[in-house]
Design a protein around this ligand. Structure first.
Ligand code: ATP
Length: 548
């Protein structure tokens, strides 16, 4: 039997392995191998895998255990073909597959006037011989119960979905009930702003415009969180009240949430997922969007032409995505342009020089609007949390250096401290990823933390009331998903690390609108581009109807 034990197990992994092996009956066989398998499964789960592949000997051993079934009993572990799952994740995966299969079999009658409406919303360009991917996508999405529109930044996902919504409302006389959602508050805010400005460009009757909603909620808020529970208020017994749900930034949705989302969607409601399948998968288990796209080509509408994103940032992102490490490195080193830059000197000095505008701003005024404008022009994205070049090390070192520039960073709360919320607090209206700026408020003689709201207005909260948060001169690339910044500095660690991957770097690069600086060395950069995230799951096998 393969040895699958390493030293990298957490206390939780050991606790689960101890718990299950104490209760495991193997008909007299020694339990150490069973314990090793549980340890490895638990660690795989924490690393984002939905399951762990078992070889023949492991399968034989597990088939004798009272802790394992093939899902028909409520055992802690489930063996499905060669895949071993924790019961809960097997349930999520099975439920998601059943739900999607049900939606795939539901016929949607193509509307009679579809060609005319396609021509209205996606007019053919007589001069062009290129495929209009957006029109192709719309032609399919309007005749399917479940679709995924994917594409890199600026390929027109929002533009396309907005026109699809208008087209569908026109068919349904404006009576479709449409819900819009995104995984994070930031992503919801971006979609909302994008739809609002997109609607202004549509030449439609007021009734039709009114029938296209602008309000985008977070997925958690849409589903209705229940305090102290993994469950939501909306489920199969109390489905969401909508005919069509559109979810943006779907690459961020993990297996558990996707499964709960589909359960909460009425069987006859339609679903459109928008996202970039090449981006980093969710922090939690699964790479659901990318698995679904790979399994369901008919439902996947890929937009291939970029409208907003061009020049060296696009070239770098494409080279990284296509695993052309040498080309990507050459683009980074090319000093004939200053849009994409390699930072090989002191990272902190570089951060300081680009936060200078913000520091100057907060030193001369307490105005939150001006502070937000200065702060949001630049953001440091680190690959790791720990270490000198991780988020914690960078924030600490920068704060140290800011002291000599007159910022009182030796206090926990100081005028100018930027923070990011790391836990949702629906009662305060604050969500994971929201950024706040702490500023002195002269009118009350105290520090308050300001947050931007979805309509662009600002509101202040006392520091003591904030849910879990952290300083955010630098944030992790994971946390930056769903956000965009004019100028991004990506900081990779000094040494090769197993957490580095092409998807991580691609996600970071595509957060930048105007300029990207990358602090790295050639070996670390080349390794990162060549590394691909592999996540075990049974979704692809199950969706093609074969359990291997
Ligand atoms: N068919 C088109 N012709 C011309 N411009 C377009 C077209 N489609 C989109 N655009 C423009 O390209 C820009 C990006 O479009 P959009 O925001 O829809 O892309 P996206 O894929 O949703 O981007 P992201 O999610 O990265 O913000 C917008 O300014 C939009 O007006």
């Amino acid at each position: 039997m393969d040895k699958i034990v390493t030293d990298n197990y957490s206390r939780l992994d050991h606790a689960l392995a101890d718990f299950l092996s104490a209760r495991c009956d193997l008909g007299g066989e020694p339990k150490s191998q069973f314990r090793d398998i549980v340890l490895a499964l638990s660690a795989a789960q924490s690393a984002g895998h939905s399951c762990l592949m078992m070889n023949d000997a492991q399968q034989t051993l597990l088939s004798t255990s009272n802790m394992v079934s093939s899902g028909e009993m409520n055992t802690p572990l489930v063996m499905d073909g060669a895949r071993l799952y924790l019961q809960r994740y097997w349930q999520y995966e099975s439920s998601l597959v059943a739900d999607i299969k049900q939606r795939l079999t539901r016929p949607v009658t193509p509307p009679a006037q579809l060609d005319t409406l396609l021509e209205k919303y996606f007019p053919a360009d007589a001069e062009s011989t290129e495929t209009d991917w957006q029109r192709e996508a719309a032609a399919k999405v309007t005749t399917q119960a479940f679709s995924m529109i994917t594409g890199g930044p600026g390929t027109g996902k929002t533009t396309t979905v907005l026109r699809i919504l208008a087209l569908l409302q026109e068919i349904h006389n404006g009576e479709l009930s449409i819900a819009l959602a995104a995984p994070t508050g930031k992503a919801a805010m971006r979609l909302q702003q994008s739809l609002m400005s997109g609607k202004l460009q549509l030449d439609l009757t007021e009734d039709l415009l009114d029938a296209i909603p602008e309000k985008v909620s977070t997925l958690h808020r849409l589903l209705g969180p229940i305090n102290q529970s993994n469950h939501f208020r909306h489920n199969a017994d109390k489905p969401l009240n909508c005919d069509l749900l559109v979810v943006d930034e779907a690459s961020m949705i993990d297996l558990a949430l996707m499964s709960k989302l589909l359960v909460a969607l009425a069987p006859d409601a339609r679903l459109i997922l928008l996202g970039d399948q090449d981006q980093l998968a969710s922090v939690e288990s699964g790479a659901v969007l990318s698995d679904l796209c790979a399994s369901l080509p008919e439902q996947t509408l890929q937009l291939k032409k970029t409208y907003r994103f061009s020049g060296p940032i696009k070239e770098l992102a494409t080279a990284v995505n296509q695993r052309s490490a040498s080309l990507a490195w050459n683009i980074l080193e090319d000093s004939s342009q200053d849009i994409v830059n390699l930072v090989s000197d002191d990272v902190i000095s570089h951060m300081l020089s680009h936060y200078q505008g913000y520091i100057k701003q907060v030193k001369q005024s307490n105005d939150p609007e001006a502070a937000f404008e200065a702060f949001s022009s630049f953001q440091v994205l680190a690959a790791l949390r720990k270490g000198k070049q991780g988020v914690e090390g960078l924030n600490l070192e920068l704060e140290k250096r800011l002291q000599s520039r007159g910022i009182e960073t030796y206090r926990t709360w100081y005028h100018g401290r930027p923070v990011m919320i790391s836990r949702n607090d629906p009662s305060l209206g604050l969500f994971n990823g929201d950024i706040g700026l702490c500023l002195y408020d002269e009118t009350i003689g105290q520090l308050r933390v300001w947050f931007e709201q979805s309509d662009g207005s600002l509101r202040a909260i006392m520091p003591g009331r904030l849910p879990e948060h952290e300083t955010v001169y630098a944030m992790t690339i994971h946390k930056s998903q769903g956000s965009e910044f004019p100028h991004v500095m990506i900081v990779l660690p000094e040494n090769i690390n197993p957490l580095l991957s092409r998807e991580l770097l691609y996600t970071a690069i595509t957060r930048a609108k105007v300029r990207v600086d990358v602090a790295t060395t050639k070996p670390v950069f080349m390794h990162t581009v060549n590394q691909q995230v592999q996540r075990n799951s049974g979704l692809q096998a199950k969706l093609s109807g074969v359990v291997s």
